[in-house]
Design a protein around this ligand. Structure first.
Ligand code: TYD
Length: 135
C-alpha cells in the first residue's frame, strides 16, 4: 500500500435553511464496510495522538468539529493533511503510519473503521512498521 491511495473525500449530503447534513455510505464514499466507530475529543492543547500503523485496518477520519493535522507515512513518503471540514473525510488505507497533531481546542476526530478493535493489528513501533512496509 502506498500513500497515493490515501485521499481526501468530499462527502455527499444536503444543505438548506435548516443547516447541513453529510453522510458516508459504502461503497460509493469509502471502499470498506464500517465495523466500528470511535472519536477523539477533549484533546489538551499541544497533545499528539496516533503514532501507530495498522496491518489491515482501513479508516475514514473526519473533523466533525474544529481542526487537526494528520501526517501519513507509508515508509517511503510522508504527506500532511489538515482536516477542518465536517463534510470531508481522509481515507487511510492499510499499512500506513499516522501521527495526529495540532488539534484545535474544539476538535472532534470521528473515525469510521473497517474492522473491530484488535491490538494485534497495530504497529506500535515505527521500526517494526518500517521493516514490514519496505521489504
Ligand atoms: P489508540 O488507538 O492508541 O489511540 P489513538 O489512535 O487515538 O492515539 O487507543 C488508545 C486506547 O484506547 C488503547 O488502550 C486502545 C483503546 N481502544 C479501544 O479499546 N478500542 C478502540 O476502538 C480504540 C480506537 C482504542
Amino acid at each position: 500500500m502506498t500513500i497515493s491511495e490515501c485521499k481526501l473525500v468530499d462527502l455527499p449530503g444536503s444543505a438548506d435553511d435548516r443547516g447541513k447534513l453529510a453522510f458516508v455510505e459504502p461503497p460509493s464514499t469509502i471502499p470498506f464496510e464500517i465495523r466500528r466507530v470511535y472519536y477523539l475529543f477533549d484533546i489538551p492543547s499541544g497533545k499528539e495522538r496516533g503514532a501507530h500503523g495498522h496491518r489491515d485496518l482501513q479508516q475514514l477520519m473526519i473533523a466533525v468539529s474544529g481542526s487537526f493535522s494528520v501526517v501519513l507515512d507509508d515508509g517511503k513518503e510522508c504527506k500532511t493533511f489538515r482536516l477542518s471540514k465536517p463534510d470531508q473525510g481522509l481515507y487511510i488505507s492499510k499499512m500506513i503510519w499516522r501521527d495526529l497533531k495540532d488539534f484545535s481546542e474544539d476538535a472532534v476526530c470521528l473515525v469510521l473503521a473497517s474492522e473491530r478493535y484488535a491490538e494485534d493489528d497495530y504497529f506500535r513501533s515505527y521500526d517494526e512498521f518500517y521493516r514490514e512496509a519496505t521489504p
